[in-house]
Design a protein. Structure first.
Length: 392
């Protein structure tokens, strides 16, 4: 452990856990999955390879990767009765709320995933989750648009399928843009795991009661939805659009973010752990320039984001509090350039984070960790006598 935290084996599961999956150093801005730097993985691996690494601990051989993808493909068909559930939602429902419900509902159609007894059942549950979650994530968008729901095409790649599942219409084949697939693949890798963040801790907590994998992932989706966590990528875009609509004056909004009497916060800035640049933000910022140039997109929102970052990095308020851009600050700009609607941004965060949630759930179950039970410091009333009604 980094030394800043002490693992107290004396108090079971006091909220600090041990894990072999992800190392991050907030002061130095370092992030590694199973010892490999995020920079290397984002540059040299693809999302399924990194998913395998995060979940099983090693970069896969060619045969292991093929076996993993073949087994995911075995489970990409979602029970048709799940459509009755999604039909119950209004078109205006937020995709994260729909996704959390659909993921939990998977248990009803796959009861065996609740209590995996051995490695084989664990592997099957993992492949089922990787396969079905992606399809359900896109169904939330299709439902909101009134489009027919698409099916995974087992002849195509995982990330390519995401774009087809989202945008292919019965009126004709969807033309895949390799630049878009490569950009999404990189973004999913950058979101794959992040040690004990809010949603991952939720997945571990729910899973520690031996609730099943789908129920635990569903809880993680709900936690990620919040604008202080994964919902920030949507909040960043809404903030940048509001600044643009208000004349594009970045410094005016920087002043608002510093004003204690103003509710406004600079979304996409600050972090519970990183007190330096979020290494993912650096990679995403560079990718934003490259992807928008390759797609020939000139988005004035990017210029506003860069101006905000430039001013904040020299502003004493942000410097003293070590507030830097985080993973959510630039990701939405790329998603928007790829044609992803704003309210789907956090769903994409969830797709990227899925292997991390699975890996952490698996680690907690394989290590037979006790049920999560954080304690408290009681600050309420000391013992007092009951007050009858006429004495209250
Ligand atoms: C993610 O944990 C993870 O790893 C999460 C994540 C992952 O991969 O899973 O990295 C993903 O959730 C990234 C964070 C996305 N959220 C946002 O971008 C929302 C905006 N950021 C803030 O809400 C805030 O920075 C948090 C929630 C991210 C962190 O909160 P902290 O560490 O509790 O910070 P704090 O509230 O203690 O703030 C310290 C000071 C305060 O000022 P003072 O009371 O000292 O005067 O900094 C100020 C805060 O008011 N501050 C901000 C600010 N963030 C903190 N002021 C203006 N704008 C901000 N964004």
């Amino acid at each position: 452990l980094s030394g800043a935290i002490t693992y107290d084996p004396g108090y079971k599961n006091s909220g600090v856990c041990k894990s072999d999956i992800t190392f991050l150093d907030g002061e130095e801005g370092i992030l590694r999955y199973r010892g490999y730097s995020i920079e290397d993985l984002a540059d040299k691996a693809d999302f399924l390879e990194v998913s395998y690494l995060v979940i099983f601990g090693e970069l896969p051989t060619k045969a292991q990767l093929e076996h993993f993808e073949t087994n995911i493909r075995k489970y990409t068909l979602v029970n048709e009765e799940m459509k009755n559930i999604i039909d119950g939602f209004p078109k205006t429902a937020h995709p994260m709320g729909v996704l959390s419900s659909l993921t939990s509902a998977l248990t009803a159609f796959n009861p065996k995933v609740v209590n995996v007894e051995n490695e084989k059942e664990m592997y099957e549950a993992i492949c089922k989750t990787m396969g079905k979650f992606l399809v359900l994530a896109t169904w939330t968008y299709r439902k909101s648009m009134g489009y027919p729901l698409n099916y995974y095409d087992n002849t195509k790649g995982y990330v390519e399928n995401f774009m087809r599942l989202m945008f292919e219409l019965p009126t004709g084949p969807y033309k895949i843009n390799p630049t878009v697939v490569a950009a999404l693949d990189k973004l999913f890798i950058l979101h794959a795991d992040h040690e004990q963040n809010c949603s991952t801790s939720t997945v571990r907590m729910v899973g520690s009661s031996h609730a099943g994998l789908f129920a635990s992932i569903s809880a993680g989706v709900s936690a990620l939805w919040g604008p202080l966590h994964g919902g920030a990528n949507q909040a960043v875009l809404e903030m940048l659009e509001a600044i643009q609509k208000d004349g594009g004056d970045a410094d005016k909004y920087l002043a608002k973010a510093k004003d204690k009497n103003d509710e406004f916060r600079l979304m996409g800035f600050g972090h519970r752990v990183y007190k330096n640049f979020d290494p993912r933000a650096k990679i995403i910022k560079k990718a934003a320039d490259e992807v928008l140039a390759e797609l020939g997109v000139n988005d004035p929102i990017l210029a506003i984001a860069k101006k905000l970052e430039e001013s904040a990095l020299v502003d004493p308020y942000f410097v003293e509090r070590k507030l830097y851009p985080n993973v959510d600050f630039y990701s939405g700009i790329i998603y928007r350039a790829l044609g992803i609607p704003t309210d789907m941004f956090t769903v994409l965060f969830a797709i990227g984070r899925l292997p991390g949630w699975i890996a952490q759930w698996k680690e907690m179950r394989v290590n037979k960790e006790p049920i999560g039970r954080p304690r408290q410091v009681y600050t309420g009333h000391p013992l007092r006598d009951f007050a009858p009604m006429d004495k209250r």
